[in-house]
Ligand binder design. Structure first.
Ligand SMILES: Nc1ncnc2c1ncn2[C@@H]1O[C@H](COP(=O)(O)OP(=O)(O)OP(=O)(O)O)[C@@H](O)[C@H]1O
Length: 349
């Protein structure tokens, strides 16, 4: 059984914004899944839905199986326990998430006292251990948030997320506000904790390069749907879906300093989730759209071994042979048209 199994998850905000549409994801313990996409594509909504943190009135359908238990149908008392001990979230912007008037030690201890029913002495001891685990001296428990640097505050957020020994960590843009050196330190810390404690990790970012460097698998979202999914490096270096290709071309290549000076953009904006285009929602911005794309919304389907993409132009390449995944779903799908897709990747001088 997977640690997390998300099936056909759909989220519609009051007012009709379809922010997440029919998403399927699976994650095992010790594995790291990156969730990428432009601002507004539904990444944070998906994360919030996993722990039922969305505003009331939001319609959520599908299944979110955490260790086989559906978070979407469980009673509220159980949801509250799951939020700390099952899965916890590291949000972006630690300064806003931490309470400015409480010492950080008290903030880390709170869920331990509440959910672990620890004694004050036990919670204090655990707090010190957690701070040391994230690379801070236990004595920093007495500090207030404003006495710490941005990187230290993000370490505190990670310590808080680990307070009740969760199985799954959801990190939503955990390094966005940090400078590059500190960002790298925090990413390595997260990687090390995931490996040491056999956690599952979902890392959300608009930065495909960061995700490719940190995660095992990558899912690229567009207008609330996953449009490409596969091994992280492969998706970053050789994306198949035209949107994923454009997104990956917008970031510098890892290990290719020249590409730093030639980031590529994608024209237009993502659609309003309350008024999505017909057919494939990417077709108005797609450089290789066919006449039929405004009519057909392609399902996510095999695009090679362990890879899936949602584009009528994409299938397994002839040299890749049949995909081990969803063989029955392959049917009479057109093989990938490499020429058309090559045009979709902006060239780097
Ligand atoms: N409470 C809400 N009510 C209505 N629409 C919302 C609400 N919250 C988010 N949305 C809309 O849902 C869509 C998805 O937003 P979401 O924040 O999940 O995207 P995102 O990919 O995480 O973007 P970002 O990287 O900017 O956080 C956006 O169009 C957003 O405007």
């Amino acid at each position: 059984m997977s640690l997390l199994d998300v099936r056909n998850l759909t989220v519609t905000y009051p007012g009709g914004a379809a922010a997440v549409r029919g998403v399927d994801l699976r994650l095992d313990a010790g594995r790291k899944l990156g969730l990428a996409g432009e601002s507004g594509c539904g990444k944070s909504t998906l994360a919030l839905a996993l722990l039922r943190l969305l505003p009331s009135g939001t319609r959520v359908t599908g299944e979110v199986l955490l260790d086989g238990e559906d978070v979407l149908t469980m009673k509220w008392g159980r949801v509250r326990a799951v939020r700390w001990a099952g899965a916890s979230v590291v949000f972006q912007g630690a300064m806003h998430s931490l309470n400015a008037v409480h010492r950080i030690g008290d903030q880390i201890a709170e869920p331990i006292l509440l959910h672990r029913k620890a004694t004050p002495a036990g919670a204090k001891k655990k707090t010190g251990e957690l701070l040391e685990q994230v690379g801070l001296p236990a004595a920093r428990a007495d500090a207030y948030p404003h006495e710490l640097s941005g990187g230290q505050r993000q370490r505190v957020m990670i310590a808080m997320a680990l307070a009740c020994d969760p199985r799954l960590i959801i990190a939503d843009e955990p390094t966005t506000a940090l400078d590059v050196m500190i960002q790298a330190q925090i990413l390595r810390l997260i990687e090390q904790l995931v490996a040491d404690q056999d956690l599952g990790l979902i890392m959300i970012s608009h930065d495909l390069a960061v995700l490719a460097d940190t995660c095992d698998r990558l899912a690229v979202m567009y207008a609330g749907r996953v449009v490409e999914e596969g091994p992280a490096r492969q998706v970053y270096e050789d994306a198949r879906h035209p949107y994923a290709r454009a997104l990956s071309a917008a970031f510098p290549r890892i290990g290719d300093p020249a590409s730093r000076f030639a980031p590529q953009g994608l024209a237009g904006d993502p659609p309003d989730p309350a008024a999505l285009p017909s057919g494939c929602t990417f077709h108005p911005r797609c450089p290789v759209a066919l006449e039929t794309c405004p009519e057909e919304d392609p399902a996510l389907r095999a695009a090679g071994p362990e890879r899936r993409a949602a584009c009528v132009l994409v299938g397994p390449r002839p040299d890749e042979g049949p995909s081990a995944e969803t063989p029955a779903a392959q049917g009479d799908r057109p093989a990938e048209d490499p020429e058309a897709l090559e045009e979709a990747r902006p060239s780097t001088p």
